[in-house]
Design a binder for this molecule. Structure first.
Ligand SMILES: [Zn+2]
Length: 471
């Protein structure tokens, strides 16, 4: 998210508003100094007076904005625009101030207020792409998908031939879970700019995520022809090399919300029963975390040994979520019913991913998945309690990274048990709405600490002291 710059004023050195945040948290000290000399013929003296007054108000507005007095700045700049509606400088400064207030509010996680300012800025300068992208990002962040979709589409119209902008819009559309619209935008970019490596890679990723592996391979190969050094493209190709030969022999079956790819050792009827269980999880997950994904979720079912071959997984892993749900079926005689817990668990990971865009610590993710799965809390307590009856807990840092790195099954069990206890504790403190808020803040790219403070009004470590105190 980027700030825009005030114009029409010369600023003395050292008075740039260094306290204003911008996109990367960087402080931009290089302000554009554009002194506009509006030459008008002598004429109506009353008009000239208003013009002077407008210039004074404009200067005052910029000065106040630099001091961080947003309200004062807005009042002065609005007055300048009223006094002289043809003063482009004042109009630009008003738009700039609204935009910068918006950026500031986003940093404060006050997205709805920010959106009002971005809209006001866009009304003054509708052709300013940066303002419009800020508005789009804020709408996506609060998941106002309808308004975001309108904004995304109007951006495409403003600059029909800007592939980079279209790429940004396509990526916003994917965050909005509208893969079809994103694919259509990317297709158009690639028609006009077949050698746009970024668009090729984005299309490859999208097709991979949707389970179209052959199309993904075609796109990623083209991306590498354009630039062979792209690490992300090479990684994706390596993934396809591992997965495509195995999955090309699989069958496919779909239900309303899931697309299942499964090894042919399982019957079609078995696959349909499994999809029914996934649809049940869809309903339960919706009630639990309040989200019902718009896109079909990709599920791949393997005989256990094959998944362990395709992925280097610890033997205790009951499933993998990597944007797709990958379920190992323990034996060929396993019935779909016996997979119910694993389905709930992995589907919960998908919901967490949709809500947080991957910005979720492992303990929170695994704790929620176990709650949706229905894991016994007392068992977790038993695992973590020592002979004296004290809970033995690991540090938060140890619980943030992947659990698959745990040295053995027992160590992994303790990590899962503690995750369950922690999430259960948070749910007991403030209930499910607070938990959904927490995930929402993480989805808006807050750090965990920030998100916890916003929702629970205490730092996480302090909050979790209640867990060991048994309160
Ligand atoms: Zn898990």
């Amino acid at each position: 998210m980027s700030k825009t710059h005030w114009s029409g004023q010369t600023f003395p050195r050292g008075t740039s508003p260094a306290s204003l945040p911008d996109s990367g948290g960087r402080q931009r000290r290089a302000w554009f100094l554009i002194l506009l000399l509006v030459v008008r013929p002598w004429g109506n003296l009353v008009w000239a007076g208003l013009e002077d007054e407008a210039r004074i108000q404009n200067r005052e507005g910029v000065r106040l904005a630099q001091q961080g007095d947003w309200q004062g700045a807005l009042l002065a700049l609005e007055a300048a625009c009223r006094l002289n509606p043809f003063d482009d400088t004042a109009l630009a400064n008003l738009a700039c101030t609204h935009n910068n207030i918006g950026v500031f509010l986003v940093k404060e996680h006050r997205h709805r207020e920010a959106i009002r300012h971005f809209r006001a800025a866009a009304a003054q300068k509708p052709e300013d792409i940066q303002i419009r992208l800020n508005l789009l990002a804020a709408l996506v962040a609060i998941r106002d998908l309808e308004a975001a979709d309108r904004e995304a589409r109007s951006l495409l119209v403003i600059r029909p031939d800007d592939p980079d902008l279209h790429l940004q819009v396509a990526s916003a559309m994917q965050k909005m879970e509208d893969d079809e619209a994103a694919a259509a935008v990317l297709e158009k970019v690639l028609e006009a700019h077949p050698r746009h490596g970024g668009a090729r890679l984005e299309m490859a990723r999208l097709q991979y995520r949707r389970g179209n592996l052959a199309e993904a391979r075609f796109q990623v190969t083209r991306a590498l022809e354009i630039d062979s050094r792209r690490t992300e493209a090479r990684d994706l190709l390596a993934r396809l090399d591992r997965e495509e030969p195995l999955e090309s022999t699989f069958d496919q079956e779909t239900s309303v919300h899931f697309a299942l790819t499964y090894q042919t050792v399982f019957s079609r009827e078995w696959a349909r029963d499994l999809l029914d269980l996934f649809e049940e999880a869809f309903e339960r997950g919706g009630e639990f975390l309040g989200v019902r994904p718009a896109q079909r979720v990709q599920v791949i079912v393997y005989a256990a040994r094959d998944l362990h071959k395709a992925r280097s997984l610890p033997e205790w892993a009951g499933g993998v979520y990597d944007g797709k749900i990958r379920l190992p079926v323990p034996t060929l005689t396993t019935t779909p019913d016996q997979m119910t817990a694993a389905i709930a668990h992995e589907y919960c990971h998908h919901l967490v991913f949709v809500l947080t865009h991957g910005n979720c610590p492992t303990w929170l993710n695994e704790g929620l998945a176990q709650i949706m799965e229905g894991v016994d809390l007392r068992r977790a307590e038993r695992i973590l309690t020592d002979e004296e009856g004290t809970l033995r807990l690991r540090s938060l840092d140890e619980l943030a990274g992947p659990f698959s790195a745990a040295r053995d099954r027992e160590a992994a069990e303790r990590l899962y048990a503690q995750s369950l206890l922690m999430v259960h504790f948070l749910l007991r403190e403030k209930g499910l709405p607070a938990m959904r808020d927490l995930l929402g803040h993480l989805g808006r790219q807050c750090t965990l600490e920030e998100a916890v403070r916003l929702v629970y009004e205490e730092p996480l470590v302090v909050l979790l002291e209640g867990l060991t105190a048994g309160t």
